[in-house]
Each structure stands twice: as structure tokens, then as C-alpha cells.
Design a protein around this ligand. Structure first.
Ligand SMILES: NC(=O)c1ccc[n+]([C@@H]2O[C@H](COP(=O)([O-])OP(=O)(O)OC[C@H]3O[C@@H](n4cnc5c(N)ncnc54)[C@H](OP(=O)(O)O)[C@@H]3O)[C@@H](O)[C@H]2O)c1
Length: 270
């Protein structure tokens, strides 16, 4: 079964680059009109033009910084003013930060929680009631394979994605009999700016990655199947299952190798 896309409206957070921009392309190709939101206006404008040229997509751009607690309410208020009924909300905006305990910037850590958890939660609760009233629609919350285990040097990010996975699955169970799907999407390493933004610019050179196009195709396949979560790629899926067989100590000790700095500063793990 395919979800409803044609001539309905989708809202994508973090639509200016990477996975979010690719959601916009693939949803536009399925006939959706789109509200695109992020901080970088020019990228959103270029994307809107591209989608109009390719598919005649109607778009609305809302600039917003989701690290500001007031933004989810404001963005939803603006969507209401536009008269848009949201058929699909894609909570994609997300940030990470790889650092040692000593180097961690506490404000950055709080921003991760605000963007990845708090804003996503608020937008989800603002969008869902009308979908439930109509008996149609859904939310795709972008989590990560990092949701399946704690990750050393990336603790706030991996914990934030575990939250996204559990939150989305819980809502899926509540909403599924009412015509509405809430799905957590768990990509593995995907070729975007994310690792530069997270402070590990050479990650993509050393690890195989999926393209955003492959990842988003997987996400929409899972959404069409009305799954509660969907992992992109069978290797990532197997790894997500294997981690459940390991003890928690084994899993977290095994994660140290991913992001351990080459030359730990004083007090770093030896
Ligand atoms: N790449 C991967 O390997 C990977 C793997 C698993 C999960 N993910 C998840 O996929 C999602 C998309 O990431 P990506 O890989 O596509 O990275 P990306 O290219 O860096 O995209 C991040 C998006 O989030 C937006 N964003 C960041 N901070 C924001 C803020 N304060 N307010 C509003 N928007 C903000 C950015 O837009 P502006 O800068 O214009 O605001 C951008 O559009 C994230 O949730 C990430 O955790 C990525």
C-alpha cells in the first residue's frame, strides 16, 4: 500500500541539505506540496525552484532555528495561517557533536537536546491531533542507527536518537488503528554534511556510506508499509539486531573505537 502523497502537503524540517533536501525531492516527485523549513534561506529557495521546475511543486518556506524553544509553536502557527493541512510531517532536522568529556561544549549539548528531542516532540504533538481527527496522515521522525546503542564520545546524540526511536514507536502503537502512522527512520552513515557539522570531517572517508537518495527511498518504503521503525540498508538492519545480543557493557565498550580521538587530551580515555 502507498501512503497519500499527491496534492497533499508535507512539512520537512532541516530541508536545506542532506537527507531533508532529498525527502523534499522524493516527496515532490510523488506529487506532494511542501513546507520547507531550516535556517539557510538561500538553499531552501534554490530547492523550491528546483522542485517547481521538475514537478510544479507548490512550496512555502519558513525560516526557523529549532534551537530556539519558541520556534515550533511559531512555525506551526505560520503553517496554520497558510491554511495548510499537514498530511506528512518529516522531523528531519538534527545535529550531533563528537567530543571528549573535557572538550564538550555544554551549550552545544543542550542545543542537540533542543533540536533533536524537544523541537521534534513539540512539532509532533502539534501536528498529530488534526491528522487523528481526519484519520489520515503521518509523521516520520529521523532517528539513526545510533539509536540502538550508547556511543562513546557521542553520548548526547546517540541518547537523543534513542529517545526519537522510543517516542515514535510509542506513538505508532497509539495511532495505528486511527489511520495515522508515526515512524522512526534509522539511517546508517549517509553522505551528507552531518559529520563536518558534528566535528568529525574525515568520518566519511573512512566508512562506507549510503547516498541520501538511497536512504530516503528506504524511509518512504518503510512509511508506505506503515512500519513503526525502519532501518536503511540490510547491513545496518543486521547490526541493529546484533547489538541486542551483546551485553550492554560489550556494546558500549565496542563503541569507543568509533570516535575515540587519536591523541587524547589529559584525562581522555587511555
Ligand atoms: N548523515 C548521516 O550519516 C545520518 C545518519 C543517521 C541519522 N542522521 C540524521 O539525519 C538528519 C539529517 O541530517 P543530514 O545527515 O541530512 O545532515 P545535514 O546535511 O547537516 O542536515 C541537517 C539539517 O538540519 C538543519 N538544522 C540544523 N540545525 C538546525 C537548527 N538549529 N534549526 C533548524 N534546522 C537545523 C540544517 O539546516 P540549516 O543549517 O539550514 O538550519 C540541515 O538542513 C539528522 O536528524 C541526523 O541526525 C544522519
Amino acid at each position: 500500500m502507498t501512503a497519500n502523497y499527491a496534492d497533499r502537503w508535507g512539512v520537512i524540517t532541516g530541508a536545506s541539505s542532506g537527507i531533508g533536501a532529498e525527502f523534499a525531492r522524493q516527496l515532490a516527485a510523488r506529487g506532494m506540496h511542501l513546507v520547507l523549513t531550516a535556517r539557510r534561506r538561500e538553499l531552501l529557495q534554490n530547492l523550491a525552484e528546483e522542485l517547481y521546475t521538475a514537478h510544479g511543486t507548490k512550496t512555502e518556506i519558513i525560516i526557523g532555528d529549532l534551537s530556539d524553544p519558541a520556534e515550533p509553536q511559531r512555525i506551526c502557527g505560520r503553517i496554520k495561517e497558510l491554511g495548510v493541512d499537514i498530511e506528512l510531517l518529516v522531523n528531519n532536522a538534527g545535529i550531533g557533536d563528537v567530543s571528549t568529556i573535557e572538550d564538550a561544549d555544554s551549550q552545544r549539548m543542550l542545543d542537540i537536546i533542543q533540536v533533536n528531542i524537544t523541537a521534534l516532540t513539540e512539532l509532533t504533538y502539534l501536528a498529530l491531533p488534526e491528522m487523528l481527527d481526519r484519520g489520515t496522515g503521518g509523521v516520520i521522525n529521523v532517528a539513526s542507527v545510533a539509536a540502538f546503542q550508547p556511543v562513546a564520545y557521542n553520548g548526547v546524540y546517540s541518547a537523543s536518537k534513542t529517545y526519537v526511536l522510543h517516542f515514535s514507536e510509542s506513538l505508532w502503537a497509539e495511532a495505528r488503528k486511527r489511520g495515522v502512522v508515526v515512524m522512526a527512520f534509522c539511517p546508517g552513515t549517509t553522505h551528507t554534511d552531518f559529520f563536518v557539522e558534528s566535528g568529525v570531517p574525515d568520518w566519511l572517508e573512512k566508512h562506507s556510506s549510503q547516498s541520501p537518495a538511497v536512504a530516503v527511498r528506504a524511509a518512504l518504503k518503510g512509511y508506505d508499509k506503515r512500519r513503526q521503525y525502519y532501518v536503511s540498508g540490510w547491513k545496518n538492519y543486521i547490526l541493529s539486531l546484533l547489538v541486542r545480543l551483546a551485553t550492554r557493557a560489550t556494546a558500549v565498550k565496542g563503541s569507543v573505537k568509533f570516535f575515540k580521538p587519536k591523541k587524547p587530551k589529559d584525562g581522555g580515555e587511555k
